[in-house]
Ligand binder design. Sequence first.
Ligand code: PNW
Length: 460
Amino acid sequence: PTVGSNPAIDTLPATFRWGVATSAYQIEGAVHEDGRGPSIWDTYCRTPGMVHDDDNGDIACDHYHRMPEDVALIASLGVDTYRFSVAWPRVQPGGKGPVNAAGLAFYDRLVDELLGKGVDPWVTLYHWDLPQELEDAGGWPERDTAYRFADYSMLVFDALSDRVRTWTTLNEPWCSAMLGYYEGRQAPGRQDFEAAIHAVHHLLLGHGLATQRMRAAATAPTEFGITLNMAHASPATDSEADREAARRADGLSRRIYLDPLLRGHYPADVVEDLAARSVKLPVNDGDLEIIAQPIDVLGVNYYSSHRFSGVDEEGRTTDASGLPVDRTVPFGRPVTAMDWEIVPEGFTSLLVQISQEYPGVPMVITENGAAFDDAFADGGVQDDDRIEYLASHIGAVALARSQGADVRGYFAWSLMDNFEWSYGYAKRFGLVHVDYDTQVRTPKSSALWYRDTIRRVRGR
Ligand code: PNW
């Protein structure tokens, strides 16, 4: 069969929403311009050894200076929607106080440029770039940060809500909390499990507070939501130990977010698992009502899925510190350049599972895509591996829809190669190749495949 052919894709409706996604720190550069303050990522990148090659986002894709050119590129792909994030440290350099008009003006211009080219803007308010001053005051483990986030959100909402119809509060709170405050693999690089669990609650509270205030201020039909990164967790075998391991992992990565958001309480088994680790979610009276504000769309970011075992290679069920073992067991599938296994059927399972556990929730895939070791040759990149990844995963979404999952749109991650966090510029997720010496953008074969796919599905 031809590369990227997947008949399931053609069962998607003509009204399906198509887009490409990016985030501020990963593409903008211009970190010292127009009054932008430092974020935790500026600091993290300057800590030697934390980021591959000690790369940073100082220049990145220089999108801040090339925005009109990039918007033209987005429009040329034929997408309906562009998902980007607003940099909090541009809008409020110290994380609180009055708006920095010069910083906010960039997004004003971006929104106008998009609308002028017939592309809908989709704003993410927080994609990991916390103002450093707020981290110095304790960061997301501190309750106050949730209130600061709601204030910041309102500044952006006041400026753009006359033109922006769709708002995502947070991108992937699991990454902010667990990678940032527990594993230390992302900014701010702390390694404190209790702090991470406190961050989980305050991120969710910030989402709820911001959603409540923005919805109350909306004067036109506006959609609000949050984006979670999720995988389908399954037990490696049918043993009790493996089923428990999958339950624990799924609880701490997925249900700890979905349950408070969509059911108004934290999952009892997760609360118990946390108690066994002497950690408690810092819930005050009334918090859960705020967190469970109705949302219009759940953003789902999907890259891979995992199988779990509760037994380590030596047959033990607890680790050195007495914690139960949650070991991921590879499927033995091909992997991407991130070493993430390619598991499209896990995508279908995940979406169907969410639609069954949380009936009625409309979903949009706010990120899906892959890094591969692209070869730039003859003036372009023939990235058949990425085309296959996209085709199989979009097909998986179509299949999930036929099994009852209410998925309304899909965003490819990412528009162009960019700063891949602790992997620096070494990992390329773009549909468009970026030459970081010249900043020349060249659409890869996958970009053309994506454009043709959208055109075909929409044209039926
Ligand atoms: C997402 N994990 O991050 C982010 O939203 C993007 O900014 C990022 O570029 C993209 O995925 C690719 O990494 C993730 O460890 C980071 O499972 C880590 C994980 C998942 C998503």
